[in-house]
Structures are given as structure tokens and as C-alpha cells.
Write a protein that binds this ligand. Structure first.
Ligand SMILES: Cc1ncc(C[n+]2csc(CCOP(=O)(O)OP(=O)(O)O)c2C)c(N)n1
Ligand SMILES: [Mg+2]
Length: 284
């Protein structure tokens, strides 16, 4: 059961913009980190944690919970901000991002923080970890789902494609891959660095069912996850088309913001942009 099912779509959209504001505040306080991917994935994380997932923030170790594997660990500010918004830990702790000995490391550490399923940062390993979890659940006839969030840049890693093959071979339909197709990676645009297209067709050729969504349309993301849940014959990849830096005008579509954080004036401008788009909302 998801504890936030009473929230309306409008409330979810506002939640995503609150999460984006927290991401900016955290990154600015830390003085380093990754802005573009974290902002771009706020709607996907909101859809997951506030509607799709079977989870209980008050009981993070609940065995029947759905698992979220964040493979592209560098976008963890959006995961941390979402977990705090759900009540896994206090929001004040967000400002300890990247502080020595903080529970909020620059890349997620599984044993540090409630709600973190895997340690990540080295790209290209999350889908294999998700495959192991999914095979384990299938062998034990457990009903929970595994959601793997991964990035387009991670498809330059051969290990990602090994996992794609493995998941297909063992028909691990309990996996849903949510791919951040934002078109950028560390050195520029994906199609310049290492072209991925035709991306959908590649996944299909490997035996997956593929759904493409606007990664900023929360309803579409939720519908895609529900459809994925109902498909038993194949694993499902949801290609989420997102805008890197979404919501902050001077960051959008610019690969320079992959691994950069705003200075204090830029942060104020960013928060202004985000507030203009959606105001804050209070709920239980
Ligand atoms: C194995 C490995 N190689 C290199 C890196 C360094 N690195 C961190 S993020 C990144 C870019 C990956 O592309 P993507 O995740 O699409 O970037 P984003 O869309 O978030 O800007 C790279 C190469 C890493 N973390 N792990
Ligand atoms: Mg990318």
C-alpha cells in the first residue's frame, strides 16, 4: 500500500516542485554535486514514491516493500529530498549533503540511510543489482516489484546491456527500468558522445516491452508504471524523456550543469524560477 494515495495530481505536481527546491538548497549548501539529472527526475521520483510504490516510510525494512535501485547514484539529491518528503527522515538533515560522516553521502550508501536499497555511484551496475533482487524474489515467489532508475549515459557501459540480456533471458517481469533519457552525460550530448538511438528498438530487440513517456507528466508516468505492473511476459523499460535541469531556466538542456551546482545568486534565481512554476503546499 502507498500511504499517499489521497493526494491529487495537482498536489503531486506541487510536491515535485518542492522537491526541486530542496535539491537546489541541498546542492548549494554542499557546494558540489549534480544538478541537472536530479532536477530532471523530480517528477519520476514523485510519481514513484507518492503513488506507485508499495512502501511504508515508518517501516523501511518491511519485507513486502517494492525496491528502488538508483543506478545513476550521482542524482541522489532527488532521492534524498523525496525520501525526506515522504517522512523517512527529517527534512533538516537534507542540508548535511556531502558533509563528512553525514548519512547523506555524495553517492548513496545503503547502510547509512533508511530507504536506500543499494550503494551506487559506479555507473552501469544498478541494473545487474536489480536483476539479482528480481531473480531472488521470483525464486522465492515474493510479490514485490523492483524499480531500477538508470540514466541514458549508463548505456555506454557494457555491463548495462549484460543486465538487459540477463533480465530478458530469465523473464524477470517483476523489474521495471525507468530510464532518464535526458540526452546529456558528463561530456556533452549523448548523441555526440556515444549515440544511443534507435534506443527503444534496441531494448525491444533484447526482448523488453518499452513504453515512452514525457518524464514531466506525472499522470503519464503513473499510468506507465501501472501498465508495466500488468505485463507478466516481459520486463518493461519506461523511457522517461526529461529535460535536464527542469524548472530552472538557465540550467535546462545545458550539459554544463551535469556536475555543477549554483552559486548563491544563481540559487536564488533558481528558487525564484521554481516558485513561479509551482507554489509550496502543505499536507500530512
Ligand atoms: C563507472 C563510472 N564511470 C564514470 C563515472 C563518472 N560519471 C559520473 S556521472 C557521468 C555521466 C553519466 O551520464 P548520465 O548519467 O546520463 O548523466 P546526467 O544525465 O545525469 O547528466 C559519469 C561519466 C562514474 N560515476 N562511474
Ligand atoms: Mg543523461
Amino acid at each position: 500500500m502507498n500511504p499517499f494515495l489521497h493526494l491529487t495530481t495537482e498536489q503531486l505536481e506541487k510536491t515535485a516542485y518542492d522537491i526541486r527546491q530542496d535539491v537546489i538548497k541541498m546542492l548549494t549548501a554542499a557546494g558540489s554535486g549534480h544538478s541537472a539529472g536530479a532536477l530532471g527526475m523530480a517528477d519520476v521520483f514523485t510519481a514513484l514514491y507518492f503513488r506507485v510504490l508499495n512502501h511504508d516510510p515508518k517501516n523501511p525494512g518491511w519485507n513486502e516493500r517494492d525496491r528502488v535501485v538508483l543506478s545513476n547514484g550521482h542524482i541522489c539529491p532527488v532521492l534524498y529530498a523525496t525520501l525526506a518528503a515522504c517522512g523517512y527522515f527529517e527534512k533538516e538533515e537534507l542540508l548535511t549533503l556531502r558533509v563528512l560522516n553525514s548519512r547523506l553521502q555524495g553517492h548513496p550508501h545503503r547502510e547509512s540511510l533508511p530507504g536506500i536499497e543499494t550503494t551506487s555511484g559506479p555507473l552501469g551496475s544498478g541494473l545487474s543489482q536489480a536483476a539479482g533482487m528480481a531473480l531472488d524474489a521470483k525464486l522465492d515467489n515474493e510479490k514485490h516489484d523492483i524499480f531500477c532508475v538508470l540514466s541514458d549515459g549508463e548505456h555506454d557501459e557494457g555491463s548495462t546491456w549484460e543486465a538487459v540480456m540477463f533480465i530478458s533471458k530469465y523473464r524477470l517481469a517483476n523489474i521495471t527500468a525507468l530510464i532518464d533519457r535526458n540526452g546529456i552525460q558528463i561530456d556533452g550530448f549523448t548523441e555526440d558522445v556515444m549515440p544511443l538511438e534507435p534506443f527503444k528498438e534496441k531494448y525491444e530487440a533484447f526482448g523488453w516491452h518499452v513504453i515512452e513517456v514525457d518524464g514531466h507528466n506525472i499522470t503519464a508516468i503513473i499510468d506507465a508504471c501501472n501498465l508495466a505492473h500488468s505485463i507478466y511476459e516481459k520486463p518493461v523499460a519506461i523511457i522517461c524523456h526529461t529535460i535536464p535541469g527542469k524548472g530552472v531556466d538557465f540550467m535546462e538542456f545545458n550539459p554544463d550543469w551535469h556536475g555543477k551546482v549554483p552559486g548563491s545568486n544563481e540559487a536564488q534565481e533558481a528558487i525564484r524560477d521554481l516558485r513561479t512554476l509551482k507554489g509550496t503546499i502543505e499536507f500530512e
